[in-house]
Design a protein. Structure first.
Ligand code: OGA
Ligand code: NI
Length: 333
């Protein structure tokens, strides 16, 4: 499988959209036909198990408020992220460049790979910075931007607080299915967390491109915040629903491992990002995954999915590309 790192960052494209970023007709964004909105769950009150379970069952993605992550920190990580992407020169940023073709490396990058099959070689209109944050042995802030000054400290604090929230949510998800509250956490074993700050430059022809192509996340649970520029869409009953930015809410996205362990009672959310012509957009996605050696299997019988070693799952994801949910469908019994 050939894996190619794009030589340039999207942010440095100033003219019209180069051909490798133009989506085939059937994948281009269309005007949303629904004004459905994703549910919001208030975590400060006694959380109603039914609310969690219907949000997970019907959507696989929902907002949480009163989530325990300091509001100031949400603002700060967005501000520091923007500072890196918009105020550092390209030359400075490239000093943090990801290694070519390496999916495992952290740093500044564009599309991680161009797989021959999965995405027809079309590139995303997105640059990103990926940080390894847990286990702590992987956390090396010296590899993160040194500008703005507070960047490293803010990312570390954000990592600590979102990990606690992720654990709380995994507990609620477990109990909503009648499992012990530590069930998913125990099955996950050592928690791996990565934080990806994505920067979607404004795009001269947004009708031709995607910021991030349709996919579901590989791990257990993703916590995502966006700035005030809309662009994220989740698939609900075969329609794309725009997730309106809510400044201090956090979006919870269920990943493929949650679908496997819940035996498909809860489905991972298929989502994508669209671009716009007017304003750059920033998001911060925090992924919570098992170790590569961990085997994940359904908690209920009869199993509808084959068990999988997480590292194999990740490898196959990078081979096939993230189109839709093809990866997890391969595990269906
Ligand atoms: C992701 C993701 C969406 C966004 O990074 O997996 O879905 O809005 N990001 O950046
Ligand atoms: Ni995603």
């Amino acid at each position: 499988m050939e894996v190619t790192e794009t030589p340039i960052r999207v942010q440095s494209i100033t003219q019209k959209v180069p051909p490798q970023y133009i989506q085939p007709l059937n994948l281009r964004p269309t005007k949303p036909t629904t004004n459905n909105t994703i549910p919001t769950i208030n975590l400060s009150s006694d959380v109603i198990t039914d609310d969690i379970s219907s949000a997970c069952r019907d959507w696989g993605a929902f907002h949480v408020v009163n989530h325990g992550v300091e509001k100031k920190l949400l603002d700060e990580i967005r501000r520091n992220g923007l500072g890196f992407f918009e105020e550092m020169s390209m030359e400075e940023k490239m000093k943090y460049g990801c290694e070519a073709g390496s999916a495992a490396s952290q740093g500044y990058g564009s599309k991680m790979l161009v797989a021959d099959g999965g995405n027809d070689g079309v590139l995303d209109w997105r640059d990103y910075f990926d940080h390894h944050t847990f286990p702590l042995s992987r956390r090396d802030p010296l590899r993160w931007p040194h500008f703005p000054n507070s960047y490293r400290e803010v990312v570390a604090q954000y990592s600590d607080q979102t990990k606690i929230l992720a654990q709380k949510l995994l507990g609620l998800i477990s109990t909503s299915l009648g499992l012990s509250s530590s069930f998913i956490e125990d099955a996950m074993g050592e928690l791996y967390q990565n934080i990806t700050i994505s920067y979607y430059p404004s795009c001269p022809q947004p009708e031709l491109t995607l910021g991030l192509q349709s996919h579901s996340d590989m791990g257990f649970i993703t916590l995502l915040i966006q700035d005030d520029v809309a662009g994220l869409q989740v698939l609900k009953d075969d329609e794309w629903v725009t997730v309106d930015p809510v400044s201090h809410a956090i979006l919870v996205i269920l990943g493929d491992q949650t679908e496997i362990i819940t035996n498909g009672i809860y489905k991972s959310s298929v989502h994508r990002a669209i671009t716009n012509a007017n304003k750059a957009r920033l998001s911060v996605a925090t992924f919570h995954d098992p170790a590569k050696t961990t085997t994940v299997s359904p908690a209920f019988k009869p199993p509808r999915y084959n068990q999988v070693v997480y590292g194999d799952y990740v490898k196959s994801w990078y081979t096939k590309g993230p189109n839709g949910k093809r990866n997890i469908d391969a595990l269906l019994i």
